[in-house]
Design a protein around this ligand. Structure first.
Ligand code: AMP
Length: 249
């Protein structure tokens, strides 16, 4: 079995996001970038399945600028076998990413595609679902447990009502939740070894995919500042304020 894992390079989740002065987007210059957090869970799960002898190869793919190579390299350092970087300049929307990933799936012929449930920069939660639709493959989204069976996968999904367990035929798309596993850290020897693992570079143009934006971003603004809280002296005062000022009781 071969597993393809899609990883996105995003602003690190610890960074305090700043909006550009002209409201055209957020500041990315000299800002720490990292792998989109649930994509780390997707890599971890693929590597664990390989270590359990249920997969032969883990291939990682990222769509983005030249620097996304670092994100691919990090995945190689935690156990992926080889990488693919599809080079695109600037912002790329989920529909274009899923069309590119479809081309990569047709070329690589994986049995499974693992992705993150959502990218923390655009919060779209669309790419996995769109890829499943384009390929006409089954999808299991928000996976918090994956069990590989003979020709199917049993996937437990985190839904509003609790946990839902479904079975999907392989090949399938799985989008991973943060609770799926605990991603490992790359050891120094594995970081060194990863430098020798191959990364194929392809340009989106060579794949014949139109990456033009279909969404016009009008402006980006900071959320309104929260007002400072106050301290009350007693429970009675709190109840009074909730009644008379907040009017919630
Ligand atoms: P989104 O639909 O943007 O919330 O992204 C969901 C998932 O799709 C991410 O967690 C990644 O696994 C994958 N993905 C989105 N954009 C890219 C990209 N540029 N390169 C590789 N994978 C991506």
């Amino acid at each position: 079995m071969k597993i393809l894992v899609a990883v996105k390079r995003v602003i690190d989740y610890n960074v305090q996001i700043r909006v550009k002065e002209d409201n055209s987007g957020v500041v990315t210059d000299n800002v720490k970038m990292s792998t989109n957090p649930p994509d780390d869970n997707a890599i971890e799960e693929a590597v664990k399945i390989k270590e359990a002898g249920k997969a032969k190869e883990v291939v990682v793919v990222s769509v983005g600028e030249e620097k996304a190579q670092e994100t691919v390299r990090k995945a190689l350092a935690v156990g992926a076998d080889r990488g693919i970087l599809v080079k695109v300049d600037g912002v790329i929307e989920p529909l274009a990413v899923s069309k590119i990933l479809k081309k990569i799936v047709e070329k690589e012929k994986p049995d499974l595609v693992f992705m993150g449930k959502q990218a923390i920069d655009d919060d779209c939660n669309q790419t996995g679902q769109m890829l499943a639709a384009l390929l006409n493959w089954p999808q299991a989204t928000f996976a918090s447990k994956i069990e590989v069976k003979e020709k199917t996968l049993e996937v437990t999904r985190e839904v509003d009502e609790g946990l839902e367990t479904i079975e999907v035929n392989v090949p399938a798309i799985v989008t991973c939740d943060l609770r799926l596993n605990e991603p490992r850290y790359a050891s120094l020897p594995n970081i060194m070894k990863a430098k020798k693992k191959p990364i194929e570079q392809i340009s989106a143009g060579d794949l014949g995919v139109d990456v033009k934006s279909r969404i016009e971003q009008i402006k980006v603004e900071e959320p309104p500042k929260r007002k400072a809280g106050i301290k009350v002296a007693s429970v009675e005062e709190l109840v009074q304020k909730l009644k008379n000022e907040a009017k919630v009781i």
